[in-house]
Design a protein around this ligand. Structure first.
Ligand code: GTP
Ligand code: MG
Length: 480
């Protein structure tokens, strides 16, 4: 073990194998320099992972092997020297010819374990075998990571075989796709490469999961805050009657009020997104241009893809005590959904863009020579569910978007085809009817400015949803 007496691992491999990307993902640091050109990392840089103010594990990003055969040759002729990495560094520390190799091996000489990163999409070359062999000779606890840079599976099996001979553990780990669950699995696997680390790694994993729960909790607080603010949001304007020359003036004021109202709601959403991004430690962020998260909150696409379906709308409306215009017996909606409810549901308003009067109606009051125009709170039953879906989508992205996947990375396979936008993609559609009712009641109370006794249960529902989003089976929605 190195410096702070915490498990410390040097990430080694070819230039451009994706070492820095792996470090960025494991340490959730999206400011680490990553580039498609080889030779980006030029020194061994230490990146501790700090949880609750305490470093729990550290990864060292290295510059990549340049002369592995020189090092191997020296190792082979000095096998009797014991700790080869340390002996090598001691022998060449002041030799400018070897400054790169010394920088590379220094962390190992100081006691770090090794994680070799290879690009599993490429054929194994002689240089790879040289690197594997010299790392084996270093006799340090070591794991190999197969980071497949291009989804080419052809060589993966032969890599597995070759690596298994020289490494205590071999794992597939994709720096661009790895989720929280996969990071934890990797930490678990590290336990097996050196038993002495087991207790500390247990603590590290514990700290990670504790921290993850804390982030989920913080996100729930942010989301509840957003919903409360959005559902009580109002704008108003007081105008002297003398300034209102014609009906057109009135309409102009109403239009501007609508605009201000929507802008205010957009800002509430954007502020909450920033909070969520911070909870999950993202600084650099790149959304594909056709992502649903790039579309306007009040656009038709968002209205169609997110929020509840018609059937759920009817349920939510009934739970919130709203008049749906059609008599619906809630008891019908228990398990099997009655035909009556189905008809009622389809007879509801068309699902799509939510703006103007569909969102909230302008109220005008005239007193003592002034007219008071006010707008809000949102009266649409659908809106809070759309807002909730969008922020959940955002959370899914923040939770599952690996930090090694750079902002500049917008290669074709990261794009979401436009056709995907036609389908429903939200999470609220999967809510059970009980959850739906609870949330609807929470929204209804909030709209009225009441403290809701359904808030705690709503928090629970949201926490559960968020936990589901971070599970490994999260589908491509997280890409959005
Ligand atoms: N598609 C894909 N690309 C990856 C993955 N990991 C890394 N890359 C890309 O591979 C290139 C090199 O990544 P780096 O992390 O800078 O590689 P490195 O090994 O640190 O490179 P040097 O510091 O130059 O030795 C970058 O363009 C990355 O975006 C991956 O899992 N999938
Ligand atoms: Mg690098």
């Amino acid at each position: 073990m190195a410096r702070e007496d915490i498990p410390t691992l040097a990430i080694m491999g070819h230039p451009n194998a994706g070492k820095s990307s792996v470090v960025a993902t494991l340490t959730e640091n999206d400011r680490i320099k990553i580039d498609k050109r080889a030779g980006t990392t030029t020194s061994s840089d230490h990146y501790p992972v700090v949880v609750d103010g305490k470093p729990v594990i550290a990864f060292i990003d290295t510059p990549g092997f340049q002369n592995p055969s020189d090092i191997l040759e020296w190792f082979q002729t000095h096998e009797q020297d014991g700790d080869l990495a340390r002996a090598f560094v001691a022998a060449f520390r002041h030799d400018p010819m070897y400054s790169h190799d010394v920088a590379l091996l220094e962390p190992v000489a100081e006691g770090a374990g090794i994680i070799l990163v290879v690009d599993g999409s490429k054929r194994i070359k002689e240089k790879d075998r040289t690197e594997m062999e010299l790392l084996r000779l270093s006799a340090r606890p070591r794991m190999a990571i197969l980071n497949n840079l291009s989804n080419n599976q052809k060589f993966m099996a032969s890599w597995q075989d070759a690596l298994a001979k020289s490494f205590n553990s071999v794992r597939e780990f994709n720096a661009h796709r790895a989720t929280y669950a996969e990071r934890i699995k990797l930490l678990n696997a590290l336990k097996s490469i050196d038993q002495r680390w087991e207790p500390q790694l247990e603590d590290t994993i514990e700290a990670f999961s504790h921290d993850w729960e804390r982030r989920i909790d913080a996100s729930v607080t942010s989301i509840i805050g957003l919903l409360k603010e959005a559902l009580t949001y109002r704008v108003n304007r007081v105008v002297r009657v003398s300034e209102l020359q014609s009906e057109a003036d009135r309409q102009d004021i109403q239009a501007r009020l609508q605009q201000a109202f929507q802008d205010g709601l957009r800002k509430l959403e954007a502020d909450t997104q920033a909070e969520v991004r911070a909870h999950f430690r993202h600084n650099v962020w790149n959304l594909p241009p056709d992502s649903l998260l790039q579309k306007d909150l009040f656009s038709d696409e968002v209205g169609k893809a997110l929020g509840l379906n018609r059937l759920q709308m009817a349920l939510a409306g009934a739970a919130a005590g709203a008049t749906t215009g059609v008599g619906i017996d809630l008891s019908l909606a228990g398990g099997s959904l009655g035909a009556g409810l189905l008809i009622g549901a389809t007879a509801g308003s068309l699902l799509g863009a939510l703006s103007g009067a569909a969102l909230a109606k302008v109220d005008i009051q005239r007193t003592l020579g002034v007219e008071r125009f006010s707008l809000g709170p949102v009266s649409s039953q659908r809106f809070p569910f759309i807002l909730l879906d969008r922020i959940l989508l955002y959370c899914a992205r923040a939770m599952n978007w690996s930090h090694g996947r750079k902002a500049a990375d917008d290669s074709a396979h990261n794009r979401v085809p436009e056709r995907a936008l036609k389908k429903k993609r939200g999470f609220t559609e999967e809510l059970t009817s009980d959850q739906l009712k609870t949330l609807s009641k929470f929204f209804a109370d909030t709209r009225k400015g009441k403290d809701s006794k359904f808030e705690d249960d709503s928090r629970q529902i949201l926490a559960e949803l968020l936990r589901g989003l971070s599970s490994s089976e999260i589908d491509s929605r997280a890409e959005l």
